[in-house]
Ligand binder design. Structure first.
Ligand code: NAD
Length: 290
């Protein structure tokens, strides 16, 4: 397929390179002049999108996505697919999809989980909103870039799935970290804590697959000085999108709101920036009862 790829950052560059390696013709563009292996670089977003069967965007936020959509939608051929893989607010995803559909394009919002490692290894999970026909056309590309693509319903539902998942993740990571810090103060050995909780009703992905305690459970960023992994500021972004959506939809999400406040403080006022989001454990370790 002829693929346009806009946004060749930490995630976009390896995703585009994997598509090129699989034999697709990939033309890319990034405002910062970034490149990717096997990808031909165009001199504008519109030029990268011209004549493409599918244009993929992997951008920082909804405002930038809307701006790029204004540039590339007029350049795309009717019947082509606009596939946004960025994590953005549900409203921007739906607005861009509407604009694309009005121009005769298929539109998909397909945020990912799996991080930079998943992007490089082609093992991302895609959560996809949009029409069935577009999903079918994009399926071979999802197969190259990831291991799983779940069609979640109409436009915006991919973003909805992503922020709901990450709201659960932020809340359970905080709960797991504060419980470890409490266990320390009660004299409970961390290995014993892991052995019990990981096989009891407190288990979760945060405990079982990404244990925030160094030397305990499977290998995780905790074993690497809390180098990300999934950076605390990315978790902060996703929790902010979840609260923005909750407000717009009039949903009551008190734990999501508390998680947002804690990660905001951790990243902006404490030493969380640049650390993995599981570094909440050393944060709680240092603190007393609030
Ligand atoms: P990044 O900042 O490394 O990459 C974004 C790229 O977009 C940059 O290279 C930037 O120059 C480019 N860009 C910005 N404005 C542009 C424009 N107008 N035209 C063309 N290019 C433009 O970010 P990333 O880590 O690659 O993340 C991309 C998206 O994926 C974000 O929405 C992020 O939330 C999401 N995401 C990231 C991760 C992760 O672990 N990094 C995991 C899941 C989802």
């Amino acid at each position: 397929m002829k693929v346009g790829f806009i946004g060749l950052g930490n995630m976009g560059a390896p995703m585009a390179a994997n598509l090129a390696k699989a034999g697709h013709t990939v033309t890319g563009f990034d405002v910062a002049g970034a490149t990717a292996e096997g990808v031909q670089i165009a001199d504008s977003a519109a030029a990268a999108a011209t004549g493409a069967d599918i244009v993929i965007t992997m951008l920082p936020n909804g405002a930038i996505l809307r701006d790029v959509a204004d540039q590339i939608i007029p350049a795309m051929s009717p019947g082509a697919v606009f596939l946004d893989c960025s994590t953005v607010d549900v409203d921007s995803a739906r607005a861009v999809a509407e604009q694309a559909q009005a121009a005769g394009l298929s539109a998909l919002d397909a945020p990912v989980s799996g991080g930079v490692g998943g992007a490089a290894g082609g093992t991302l999970t895609f959560m996809v909103g949009g029409d069935e026909a577009g999903f079918a056309k994009a399926a071979p590309l999802f197969e190259v870039m990831g291991q799983k693509a779940v069609h979640c319903g109409p436009s915006g539902n991919g973003q909805a799935a992503k922020i709901c998942n990450n709201m659960i993740l932020g809340v359970t990571m905080i709960a797991t970290c504060e419980a470890f810090a409490l266990a320390d103060k009660l004299g409970l050995d961390r290995q014993a804590m892991f052995d019990v909780v990981s096989t009891s009703s407190g288990y979760s992905w945060s405990m079982n697959a990404y244990c925030p305690a160094p030397g305990v459970g499977p290998k995780s960023p905790a074993d690497n000085g809390y180098q990300p992994g999934f950076a605390a500021e990315l978790m902060l972004k996703d929790l902010g999108l979840a609260q923005q959506a909750a407000e717009a939809a009039d949903a009551d999400t008190p734990m999501g709101a508390r998680a947002l406040a804690l990660y905001k403080r951790f990243v902006e006022d404490e030493d969380g920036r640049g650390k993995d989001f599981s570094a909440m454990l050393p944060r709680f370790e240092k603190r007393g009862h609030d």
